[in-house]
Design a binder for this molecule. Sequence first.
Ligand SMILES: Cc1cc2nc3c(=O)[nH]c(=O)nc-3n(C[C@H](O)[C@H](O)[C@H](O)COP(=O)(O)OP(=O)(O)OC[C@H]3O[C@@H](n4cnc5c(N)ncnc54)[C@H](O)[C@@H]3O)c2cc1C
Length: 506
Amino acid sequence: MSNSSHYDDVVIGSGMAGLTIASLLAAAGRRVAVLEAHDTPGGYAHTFRMGKYRFCAQVHYIFGCGEGEPIHRLLTRLGLEETITFERLNPEGFDQIVVAGERHRIPTGFSKFRDRLIHRYPDAARPLHKYFRIIRSLREELAALPSPIGLKDIATAPFRFPNILRYRTWTLQRLYESLDMPPRVQAILAGQSGDYLLPPNEVSLLLHVALVSNYDRGAYYPTNHFSSLVEALANAVKQAPGSAVFLNTTVTEIETNGTRVQGVRTSDGKRFTARRYISNADPTQTLALATGIDVPHREKRRFTYEYSSSNFTLYLGVRDLDLREYGFGNHNVWHYPHEDINAMYQVQGKANDLSNPWLFLSTPTLHSGRPGLAPEGHQILEVATSCSYEYFSELKRKDRKAYTRAKVQTRDRILSIIEKNYVPNLRNHLAMKVAGTPTTNEFYVRAPRGNAYGSNLTPANMFPRVSNQSPLANLWMVNASAGYPSVGGTVGAGIRLYEQLEGDAI
Ligand SMILES: Cc1cc2nc3c(=O)[nH]c(=O)nc-3n(C[C@H](O)[C@H](O)[C@H](O)COP(=O)(O)OP(=O)(O)OC[C@H]3O[C@@H](n4cnc5c(N)ncnc54)[C@H](O)[C@@H]3O)c2cc1C
């Protein structure tokens, strides 16, 4: 019996970008094979079970679900817009930033946010007015930016996109300094920095604007939790005639004749051939799987980039306690022990010191009341922060016991911080505690260096991002690096590639 199967399209990986392009192609009548290394689809958006609890691996809240936005457009095309619905996080404070014990609620609407800040920090009125003016004009120009950018767009950029041109190499810190923004207000405005895992002195100003603008349009959580979204997209592939999702199927080789892919081989000894191949795996990792090509020097440079930071995550099952009584709810809480976010990233990521980390705290069971994540009456609290990949991976490689000790110490330190600042006696109510490190990301999602957001979101990596073209004529890339990170960003990348390949606007 032959171990080779032929499809119209082979998609390597079932992260959000992979599932987006695969489901759209399947809906258009193409016979699609999705090959996924893990035992469950979704990449970072997958859900795993631990005892009586189910945790989404890394996604907590998303943007892009409003009418006309990428996730809504995808679901509408698949006829799923009434099946997969979303809850809005609290528009009066969907992200709540706690700096040295002071809580600030980020509302929907830049004007409201600006006025709240000016009310609290009247001396910062001038820089705040200027900051929001610049953010707004960049938001408008970014929304009008075509993709891909053509020669005509470049020629007319000085008139159409003057602010993008002016600020494209800026970091957020450079803007703060040019405006003389007070340090406390700097910290609040960068309070969502974990959404790009970079401090103000490294993050691209344009990326910061894109992030805060997207969430300003609406912060969402799926009514039936993230697994419903992932399953719906995977089912759209599985149920299409001639298409399939193969789990536990790692692509180990991409065979080429030097210019075209001729087939892919998988860990279970199978071979898949197709007219087109699309990789949702990291672009550099994808090229490393290709045999028989000599990648030109110029192309090699394009596929050499610095990865974004990695993270430590804590998944907690909470019983006999209502987190709503402790400042949690239909919002996220960002904890910063002091106002110097640049120093925090430096100490945590570069000096491996997690003794006083910033923390992101999210409560999925309070974002939607639907069952499915925890036993009745129990709640879930997920906590994340930035950390060094080297530190954890070296420990794991050299001394497994030391790795486990470091993991437990970090977990306990984080629990102490939460007990001190938010929920006294939290430990007495924990029915489940699971910790993940950068090597967990690497193992389950095959993210190089456990990177959270693809290539690092510094000005150098923003324009251009790694393009979805590859050196092989019938291979395309689509993921957080070949596109933009986040669920909204990767769904957008999947839609763009579909439109490009099929000439069919979503
Ligand atoms: C801590 C953290 C918090 C985050 N929070 C949010 C959030 O709240 N909201 C949000 O919108 N985004 C969030 N993100 C970002 C978001 O999860 C990602 O940007 C997005 O899910 C990445 O999707 P992707 O399509 O690039 O694929 P990935 O999620 O990277 O998945 C790639 C898939 O390809 C598979 N694969 C790789 N190589 C192979 C191979 N050789 N063979 C077969 N399969 C392979 C992997 O197993 C994996 O399933 C967070 C990320 C992290 C780490």
